[in-house]
Write a protein that binds this ligand. Structure first.
Ligand SMILES: NC(=O)C1=CN([C@@H]2O[C@H](COP(=O)(O)OP(=O)(O)OC[C@H]3O[C@@H](n4cnc5c(N)ncnc54)[C@H](OP(=O)(O)O)[C@@H]3O)[C@@H](O)[C@H]2O)C=CC1
Ligand SMILES: CC(=O)C(=O)O
Ligand SMILES: [Mg+2]
Length: 754
């Protein structure tokens, strides 16, 4: 499978859109009325202030302290890029904050301190202690980081954790436990070389030695080569502690016959010759970011028997501290910990190693598009493994409770695991799964509207994301010019530009159309115009002839017009069984609305068909359907001619013998709110509805757009179902991401049931 290729332009666009940076801050309480104002601020706010002054522990009850972590850097060791300064480190720190939220629901804010003076950093962080439940120090270079962390740990009463040191060491230890298990080696007997004697390197070697590695078997190197006993150049007390008694002077010398190489240094520090000289079944963790010491391809080219890991997400075995810090802090915050101690770190490493040895559930396989099983290419859990959130924090919390750092121990551990599961956002999982399935499908996708820059960007993202071939329909010079304007000139070589003038199939397309439309008022001229000049029809013809696997269109014209053109090639009308289903993703919930595209004014029989199509889409996305026929009336009241068909539709389904839950008619609050639903104990739904079949296309459009505009819901769709081939119709307000999502849906054939 081709590796996704990312460009500088994509990376910059990602950081610029939809707003500069990577996160916003949103209130968790209502702030709409005068009452809200007087509770949130003066005078109401005075009460918790007085409570906290009297009993500081209650800050965890009345403020966000208990779930707030500061990510603090001065930018002196930004990834492996060196000293870029405080300001330039901000994207990494914002990224870390986003990962805290995404993976462990920890709120976090980045703070960049413009100083290289350890004392100033210590004072600044100490002074901000009251605000936070924990401090994550990041990308502060050695040896200053050791001094800073040590002092802050001594002087603060919340966890202070330098992630480059301990997070890296924990993940490295977890991976090493499993890699040695596979290669049949014992850590006590291994010859270990560690390159990079900084924050990450010193902490990794310390932890590995505490796990049994022998001091005399370990060699540490830095920019000056081997750190040997008696070396004076470029030394400090932390390096001295690991100085080896050896004649080796260079990394090349040290690597000969080594069992393990651990790299936390810089891009390209290791050569193929070095790898070739290692002992049988070598373990190579090239963890420098963003580029490893040696790529897995280069290492495997000279040593097929090597187990290789990197810090990157685009290779197997990602040994990266993202697997640790969200869960270490989650566990620590949940016991209101005073510190993250060694026992908590070791518990985290063990739990990670054990998790990788367990059978991998289908949902992880789905997310990665391949079945993973413990072995050379899977020694450590993947960052998107949904089990991490409920496996690692309990291990960390229990270790913290056992070692006396918990201010508020957890009494009900089973309840805690349940709460942790509830923190996971199922919608993120769905998108992740779709992307992985699309990558596996490797579908050739036609993007019909090559004159639109959003479509072009989406096509480039599709191709470069490793999903398959992107075919862009448009005039060659026009597409190239637009790509140039978008800063994507070199992408012209990636995507394929097709049009009626450069295809050899135009006559076949015209014959096909003529056969189809000759008895519905189309003469040869009309056919030529459609096939050669209309990009929606032309793209549909490509699809019909097997010259592509899927089609995305509709970003530039109204959907009725686009559907009409598609119908000239495919049978995609309401009478043919086509239905549009839109997924709304919001606040960790997913609700499907149907029909959002095809049926203008469905009757009760159509509504039953729509419910069946929507249920199939839900199942295709791994969701068990619960259909509500939505109306303004609930179970017969108020009586209205308009509500009648919604009342009848469930009865039609009764006669169809379907295998999913449905009920109606009911108002939307009854459908979605369990308390409102409880007023109707006879209701057959076992939980809130996740599919709303609505009375007509206008109500569908109003509901979707209201959710999008007022609530900021993510909209996926309408997903066109019931057509022979995967065709997805975007809207004229679709963003690049929306268009890419539609291509992903088409690639996954989410709407194909025939
Ligand atoms: N995968 C992961 O999860 C993580 C990876 N890392 C990566 O580890 C690397 C180091 O980070 P960190 O410890 O925070 O940085 P530091 O600045 O604290 O330390 C860097 C160390 O690497 C050494 N070094 C730099 N270049 C080379 C080279 N070409 N050959 C040998 N040694 C070299 C330096 O040597 P000297 O002392 O002589 O200057 C120094 O000892 C970075 O690439 C970072 O991205 C870090 C944390 C987590
Ligand atoms: C991953 C990380 O923290 C680093 O490379 O610095
Ligand atoms: Mg870092």
């Amino acid at each position: 499978m081709p590796k996704p290729k990312q460009t500088r332009e994509e990376a910059l666009a990602f950081h610029m859109d939809p707003r500069p940076g990577k996160f916003d801050i949103t209130p968790s309480v209502p702030m709409t009325t005068q009452r809200d104002l007087s509770l949130a601020y003066s005078p109401g706010v005075a009460v918790p202030c007085e409570e906290i002054a009297a009993n500081p522990e209650t800050a965890y009850d009345y403020t966000n302290k208990g779930n707030l972590v500061a990510v603090i850097s001065n930018g002196t060791a930004v990834l492996g890029l060196g000293n870029l300064g405080a300001l330039a480190s901000k994207p990494v720190m914002e990224g870390k904050s986003v990962l805290f939220k995404r993976f462990a629901d920890v709120n976090s804010i980045d703070i960049e301190l413009d100083t290289e003076d350890p004392e100033q950093i210590i004072q600044a962080v100490k002074l901000m202690g009251p605000t936070f439940g924990g401090i994550n120090l990041e990308d502060i270079k050695a040896p200053e980081c050791f001094i800073i962390e040590q002092r802050l740990k001594e002087e603060m009463d919340i966890p202070v954790f330098h992630d480059d040191q301990h997070g890296t060491a924990v993940i490295c230890a977890a991976g090493l436990i499993n890699a040695l298990h596979i290669s049949g080696k014992k850590i006590e007997e291994c010859r270990i070389v560690l390159n990079g004697a900084g924050a990450a390197g010193i902490a990794c070697l310390e932890l590995i030695k505490s796990m049994g590695a022998k001091h005399d078997n370990c060699i540490m190197c830095d920019t000056k080569g081997v750190i040997f006993q008696g070396r004076t150049e470029g030394m400090n007390q932390w390096k001295s502690a690991h100085a080896a008694k050896t004649d080796a002077r260079s990394l090349t010398d040290a690597m000969k016959d080594a069992d393990v190489f651990l790299g936390v240094s810089a891009k390209g520090a290791v050569t193929q010759d070095m790898v070739a000289s290692m002992a049988p079944n070598p373990v190579i963790f090239a963890m420098a970011n963003p580029d490893p010491e040696i790529t897995p391809e280069d290492a495997h080219a000279v040593r097929e028997d090597a187990i290789v890991a990197t810090g990157r997400s685009d290779y197997p075995n990602q040994v990266n501290n993202v697997l640790g810090f969200p869960y270490l802090f989650r566990g620590a915050l949940d016991i209101h910990a005073r510190a993250i101690n060694d026992e908590m770190k070791i518990a985290c490493a063990r739990a990670l190693a054990e998790l990788a040895r367990e059978d991998v559930p289908d949902e992880v396989a789905l997310a990665y598009g391949q079945k993973l099983s413990f072995g050379r290419d899977y020694i450590i859990p993947t960052p998107f493994d949904p089990r991490l959130i409920y496996t690692i924090p309990p291990a960390v919390a229990m270790a913290g409770m056992a070692t006396g750092v918990a201010r508020r121990p957890i009494v009900d551990m089973a309840g805690y695991e349940h709460d942790l599961k509830a923190r996971m956002d199922p919608t993120a999982q769905i998108l992740q799964g779709l992307y992985a399935r699309a990558r596996q499908a490797q579908a050739t996708m036609v993007f019909a509207e090559g004159d639109d820059e959003r479509v072009l960007r989406a096509a480039v993202a599709y191709q470069r994301g490793g999903f398959g071939r992107a075919l862009v329909v448009g005039r060659e010079d026009d597409v190239r010019e637009k790509l140039k304007v978008e800063g994507l000139s070199e992408a012209a070589a990636d995507v394929e530009i097709v049009n009626a003038a450069n295809t050899e199939h135009l006559n076949d397309y015209k014959d096909f159309l003529y056969n189809r439309l000759q008895r519905s008022g189309h003469d040869q001229k009309d056919i030529h115009r459609l096939a050669a000049r209309d990009r929606h029809a032309f793209s549909a013809l490509m699809l019909a002839h097997g010259h592509a696997d899927g089609l995305v269109t509709g970003a530039t014209r109204k959907s009725a017009h686009v559907l009409d053109r598609i119908n000239s090639v495919f049978d995609a009308t309401a009478a043919d069984g086509a239905v549009g289903v839109t997924a709304l993703l919001h606040k960790g919930k997913i609700v499907f609305i149907a029909d959002t595209l095809v049926h203008e004014w469905p009757d009760e029989n159509d509504l039953a068909d729509i419910a069946i199509a929507a249920a199939q889409v839900a199942r295709a996305l791994g969701i068990e359907p619960r259909v509500a026929f939505a109306s303004f009336s609930t179970f017969g009241y108020p009586v209205s001619e308009r509500a009648n068909k919604m009342h009848l539709a469930p009865k039609v389904l009764d006669t169809r013998g379907v295998d999913f839950e449905y009920e109606g008619e009911m108002a939307v609050d009854v459908a979605l709110n369990p308390e409102a639903m409880a007023n109707y104990p006879f209701c057959r739904l076992t939980g809130p509805a996740n599919i709303l079949v609505v009375p007509a296309r206008h109500s569908a459009s109003i509901s979707v757009k209201l959710m999008q505009e007022m609530a900021g819901a993510t909209v996926i769709g309408p997903i066109l179902t019931g057509v022979d081939k995967p065709i997805q119709v975007c809207s004229t307000v679709s963003t690049v991401n929306d268009i890419l999502n539609m291509a992903i849906l088409a690639a996954c054939k989410v709407g194909q049931f025939k």
